[in-house]
Ligand binder design. Structure first.
Ligand code: NAD
Ligand code: DAU
Length: 360
């Protein structure tokens, strides 16, 4: 292949985290272009997620902070990516309640730094390279706030109404991305997705936490009355949606992504417990649901999220492939089959977090 014909690389931020690593693996399995992964490796970043591609010549890892503008500028000049897919963020709502500083720093200031350097790089591009460039910002449904039981699902025109330091910081970053399109013409795309689950999710989040506690006979903490509703999407479906928006999304637009799959937290927990009753009948406590323990509610806990995904479905033809039943089964089996990965992430800092949040 001639040099000029080589597909150009993309720059991914936060590619060592849960969704980012699933995205990098899916990208390299399906696309010819390479990936440069810029990740600070916070507690949530784990190079082991990307062990399968570590020797792929199309994959390059750079440890660094998106707030480091010199590093970002140099990376852009050196790698000349045709797109930036921006995952890097602080993402755990409970941590944002205990300590919001890092959320403001990475999610707001970090996105700002990235936008500034992307703008400078893009301004210097010419012709086809300039036309093809995209900045895809990965965001969340939590920016829209909380729904009542009978409210219609969030659409792309729902008013922003964030309730936690995490969602407020993501909302701020979404607004900055929007402003860089309207003010400078930077070719941006924003995706707002619902709750993901699947392989490589750090076990501070509900689904992996329930699996780990259930198989080791530890109490399964359910906040409040367990009736809060989330829309769940298998992570590979989210990654497919991002690739679709990157390829065909309209510049300046936002796209909601979700599974049309609303489930109450207690039902999520009971589904996992029922799967484990079949797969692990000899665990310390069976049925596993005996471990459910209602604990103090999360402050400001959003009651319900639901996503209207008509736009991405009708405009871009994306639809999720997994149902909650198939996705949760795959997820439970993945955690059961990957004990070395689990042992690798249950480090000292993880234990410290569990003690702070749950007194466990
Ligand atoms: P994660 O917490 O698993 O991973 C975040 C990654 O970002 C880690 O690898 C971490 O090391 C890296 N990072 C953090 N701060 C950084 C910095 N300053 N510079 C460089 N790298 C940094 O997150 P996730 O769950 O994979 O979420 C990825 C993105 O998707 C986030 O922007 C999040 O808001 C969004 N999102 C997540 C969900 C979900 O359910 N997990 C749903 C919708 C949207
Ligand atoms: O909606 C998208 C968002 O989903 C993403 O933007 C966030 O980055 C991601 O962390 C996730 O946020 P949630 O707060 O919804 O996810 P979490 O797994 O922390 O909690 C899911 C639900 O389960 C929520 O209602 C709180 C509840 N929960 C959570 C934990 C950790 C419990 O009942 N017990 C728990 O121990």
């Amino acid at each position: 292949m001639e040099f000029a014909m080589q597909p150009k690389t993309i720059l991914v931020t936060g590619g060592a985290g849960f969704i980012g690593s699933n995205f990098v693996l899916q990208w390299l399995a399906n696309e010819t272009a390479g990936v440069v992964n810029l990740d600070k490796l916070t507690y949530a970043g784990n190079p082991a997620n990307l062990a399968a591609v570590s020797s792929d010549p199309r994959y390059k890892f750079v440890q660094g902070d998106i707030c480091d503008r010199e590093l970002v500028a140099e990376l852009l000049i050196r790698q000349r990516p045709r797109a930036i897919v921006h995952f890097a963020a602080e993402t755990h709502v409970d941590r944002s309640i205990h300590g919001p500083d890092d959320f403001v720093r990475t999610n707001i200031n970090g996105t700002f730094s990235l936008l500034e350097e992307a703008r400078s790089y893009w301004t210097g591009l010419e012709g086809g390279e300039k036309d093809a460039f995209r900045f895809l910002h990965v965001s969340t449904d939590e920016v829209y706030g909380s729904l009542g039981t009978t409210d219609p699902a969030f659409s792309e025109s729902t008013r922003y109404s964030p309730n936690s330091p995490y969602s407020a910081s993501k909302a701020a970053s979404d607004h900055l991305v929007r402003a860089y399109f309207h003010t400078y013409g930077l070719p941006v795309l924003t995706t707002n997705c619902s709750n993901n689950y699947g392989p490589f999710q750090f076990p501070e989040k509900l689904i992996p936490l329930v699996i780990l506690h259930a198989i080791t006979g530890k109490p399964i903490p359910v906040y409040g009355d367990g009736q809060n509703v989330r829309d769940w999407l298998f992570v590979a479906d989210h990654c497919e949606a991002i690739r679709t928006v990157l390829a065909r999304g309209r510049i300046g637009e936002t796209y909601n992504i979700g599974g049309r799959n609303e489930v109450k937290n207690l039902d999520v927990v009971n589904t996992i417990c029922a799967a484990l009753d079949q797969l692990r009948p000899r665990d310390p406590v069976v049925p596993h649901s005996k471990l459910v323990k209602f604990v103090q509610d999360r402050p400001g806990h959003d009651r319900r999220y639901a996503m209207n995904t008509d736009k991405i479905e009708s405009e871009l033809g994306w639809r999720p492939q997994e149902t909650f039943e198939t996705g949760i089964r795959k997820t439970v089996e993945w955690y059961l089959d990957n004990d070395p990965w689990i042992q690798g992430v249950i480090s000292g800092s993880y234990r410290q977090w569990m003690a702070t949040q749950y007194s466990l």
